[in-house]
Write a protein that binds this ligand. Structure first.
Ligand SMILES: *Cc1c(COP(=O)(O)O)cnc(C)c1O
Length: 379
């Protein structure tokens, strides 16, 4: 049986033609028309006024945190269940990440717990939409406006996902993920719904944040005197070649989302009768883009994710374990952070969850093979 990778991207010949154009015209650095076009197309799609393309999603978070002015003495509330890039960006800005647990079904941060962690030092809430499913944003927006907090939205896993805002009111409206934060970030890594190989973007409708982000991305060169520096920046530029690859994918985002939803649908149909596992869901106020297809073993299941993954690997199927909570990271304990903290849902799912091959290049036949292997393994 051939190896089935956990995530294979699906690039098209027209993506290559744009790349070739940037190459042939010699515009291979971060100067060039594709960067501008990618920024403007993607920001517009998200419902934001400005896009600032950067070298990756981690850099996008770093720029966003600094662009909104987070620094020493500030606290930023974020989920424990996420990638290290989130906490890392706050720590590097000299501020303190403050954690909350995640919802057992959507794996997104729990708004009630956010409320409990607000202090006079809280400056921002970093929302991280997980695995394609949006976080319940209305209560978070309400908290933010009540306490004057900035919402930073990490939308790296939810290109094209939608959230139904105002669902209990007279005028519910679908909003696009990445368009709900005061500032939002994306990754375009090879396993994301839109990919430029490596890449990221900051989007915002706040002009001051956008200008600051643009400056931070490019070493804070001053427009009036280039090599005089009054602020401390980064070199996080995206190349025109990368942006060229992204431009065409923005045009087909709805097709990409439809395919992701079809992949999830097929898996769910094939796996739904297996006992004591939890499959991805979709709240009625959400449009999930199923970035990855996750399988969470029941709490009492004799197997954990490590063994489950090893058994699937024997069948030539690659998987990825879930994130390990930020409060369980030795690197942060060494900094005196999160010591003795517990987030039971994060801890449980970190040990019992993995995701199976679900990249855009996967075939229906491969989904059948993986599903059969999952069934045999769990029988
Ligand atoms: C992928 C990802 C990132 C980081 O993106 P990179 O481009 O790999 O740096 C940040 N946040 C979340 C939630 C992600 O899934």
């Amino acid at each position: 049986m051939t190896w089935i990778p956990v995530n294979e991207p699906a690039l098209l010949p027209e993506d290559f033609l744009a790349l070739k154009d940037s190459f042939d015209t010699g515009w291979i650095s971060s100067a060039g028309k594709y960067v501008d076009q990618f920024e403007s197309d993607w920001a517009t799609y998200c419902g934001q006024d400005h896009g600032i393309a950067v070298s990756n999603g981690t850099a996008a978070l770093q720029v966003a945190v600094e662009a909104v002015g987070i620094g020493a003495g500030d606290e930023v509330i974020m989920p424990s269940y996420t990638i290290i890039s989130c906490a890392s960006s706050v720590v590097r800005a000299g501020a303190k990440p403050v954690l909350v647990d995640c919802d057992p079904k959507t794996f997104g941060m729990v708004p009630d717990q956010v409320a409990q962690k607000i202090t006079p030092r809280t400056k921002a809430i970093m929302v991280v939409h997980m695995f394609g499913h949006p976080v319940d944003m209305d209560p978070i927006a309400e908290l933010a406006s009540k306490h004057g907090l900035v919402i930073i939205e990490d939308a790296a896993e939810v290109h094209g996902a939608k959230y139904l805002s105002g669902r209990d009111g007279p005028d519910p409206v679908w909003k696009t993920c990445g368009g709900m934060g005061h500032i939002a970030t994306f990754s375009f890594f090879a396993n994301k719904l839109i990919t430029t190989g490596e890449g990221g973007m900051v989007v915002t409708s706040n002009k001051a944040y956008a200008e600051k982000a643009r400056s931070l991305r490019n070493l804070c060169f001053r427009p009036d005197r280039r090599f005089l520096h009054t602020e401390h920046g980064h070199q996080f530029r995206m190349t025109n070649m990368q942006a060229a690859i992204g431009v065409n994918q923005v045009k087909r985002i709805e097709t990409i989302v439809d395919r992701k939803r079809a992949i999830a649908d097929q898996y769910s149909t094939l796996l739904s009768d297996i006992e004591d596992i939890q499959l991805p869901m979709e709240s009625d106020w959400a449009k999930n883009v199923f970035w990855v297809y996750s399988i969470l073993l029941g709490e009492g299941h004799k197997m954990d994710a490590v063994e489950f993954a090893a058994r699937l690997k024997e069948k030539n199927i690659e998987t990825r374990p879930f994130f390990l909570g930020m409060h369980e990271q030795p690197v942060f304990h060494d900094m005196g952070l999160f010591i003795g903290e517990n987030y039971p849902v994060t801890e449980r799912i970190a040990r019992k969850g993995l995701y199976v091959p679900s990249g855009l290049a996967i075939t229906d036949e491969q989904i059948e093979i993986v599903s059969e292997a999952v069934r045999e393994t769990l029988a």
